[in-house]
Design a protein around this ligand. Structure first.
Ligand SMILES: Cc1cc2nc3c(=O)[nH]c(=O)nc-3n(C[C@H](O)[C@H](O)[C@H](O)COP(=O)(O)O)c2cc1C
Length: 355
């Protein structure tokens, strides 16, 4: 079931597994490095239905770290276009990109240098809905003015246009994991008194305005989605009820799907990482909104993933670490049936055995 060909919008997918976006902290001036070519080509050959390129910032201060991808100027557009052309020449997997702004989570150290810490040297001033620190160890972000908000909407729109010109098939707006749009959505990081804070409608306003602006420029026949948060896993935080409100709006605007994740508004929450920790939120969101729903988060067991699809509880499964730790796991699943031989590269046909 899960391995059957399918479509989102007009784009064909070989199956319902999507490679979740994974930041590589390996860009040079926002542009992909040789690492991105190697890493993404390897992922493109895993047999997945779609490959998402990592969280890519809509402007320079929206980067998480100095080594993040950006799609904010002509040079970035040219270099991402070159990467897409390279991947499309070698494989036919649909390619998506996740676009984002880190807000108060920006100006971070690269995780393998210092995990979850703000930069001490060559830091930049971050922005957020309200001047609330992420934790006491992080700097106070600048509260965004209405003109900052207007500029941000325009940056998302321009990045979407650049992604389209770069010939990407899918665009995903990052509204989760504690980044800027999640910071607006959650009461824990947004205490604004204007039309962008307070009620759920106000806290959703920027997310909806960006989605509207992007929808207007992103082609109707390509895939448009958002990564949303099912829960803040904190008292007074976001719950799936809030997200259902937001997702109904996104569906009305014309979004093709949402990918449900959770957590990240602050480093320590009540989230316990266990098998399928986002599944219950995704099921509710799909049921209440009817939108095509993808879910990620420790869904490493093929049978479990297949049962979620078979029972129509969700529509797509996002996997990140599984595709790194065991790149051929999906091809090995294909290899369980002889008729799937065509999915294995000729050069590797003698390596992956068939029943
Ligand atoms: C190295 C790494 C980088 C990640 N970068 C991103 C990212 O750019 N955008 C995003 O939404 N999630 C990011 N994530 C989260 C994954 O997409 C995924 O949701 C999470 O790892 C849980 O799924 P898994 O259990 O299949 O790995 C990252 C995870 C890892 C391990």
């Amino acid at each position: 079931m899960i391995l059957k060909r399918t479509k989102i919008n007009k784009i064909n997918l070989a199956n319902r597994f999507v490679i979740s976006p994974m930041c590589q902290y390996s860009a040079n001036n926002g542009n992909p490095s040789e690492w991105h070519y190697e890493h993404l080509l390897r992922l493109a050959r895993t047999g997945a239905g779609m490959l998402m390129i990592e969280s890519t910032s809509v402007n320079k201060i929206g980067r998480i770290s100095k080594k993040d991808l950006t799609l904010a100027n002509n040079k970035n557009e040219k270099s991402i276009s070159k990467l897409v052309k390279f991947l499309k020449k070698k494989t036919n997997i649909p390619l998506g990109i996740q676009i984002s702004h880190s807000g108060r989570k920006g100006s971070s150290e690269i995780p393998w240098i210092k995990s979850n810490q703000s930069l001490k040297k060559n830091a930049w001033n971050t922005i957020a809905p309200s001047p609330i620190k992420r934790t006491k160890l992080w700097p106070i972000p600048k509260e965004m003015t209405l003109s900052d908000i207007k500029k941000l909407i325009n940056d998302f729109k321009k990045t979407a246009q650049r992604a389209n010109r770069a010939k990407l098939d899918c665009l995903e707006i990052h509204m989760a994991h504690g980044y800027l749009l999640h910071q607006f959505f959650s009461k824990l990081s947004n205490i604004r008194k204007d039309e962008y804070g307070g009620s759920l409608a106000n806290r959703s306003r920027l997310l909806i305005e960006i989605s509207d602006a992007v929808r207007k420029v992103w082609p109707k026949g390509k895939i448009l989605g958002a990564r949303v948060t099912g829960s803040d896993w904190m008292k007074n935080g976001i719950t799936e009820k809030d997200t259902i409100y937001l997702v109904k709006k996104l569906k009305k605007i014309g979004f093709d799907y949402v990918c449900v994740s959770s957590g990240g508004i602050v480093p320590k929450t009540n989230l316990v990482f266990k098998k399928g920790y986002n599944v219950k939120f995704a099921i509710k969101i799909k049921k209440e909104t009817g939108i095509v729903t993808r879910v990620g988060g420790i869904i490493n067991d093929f049978k479990y993933a297949n049962s979620l699809i078979k029972q129509k509880k969700v529509d797509f499964i996002a996997n990140a670490r599984k595709f790194i730790n065991d790149p051929n796991w999906l091809l090995k699943e294909y290899a369980k049936k002889k008729k799937n031989k065509k999915f294995i590269l000729n050069q590797y046909k003698r390596c992956i055995s068939f029943d």
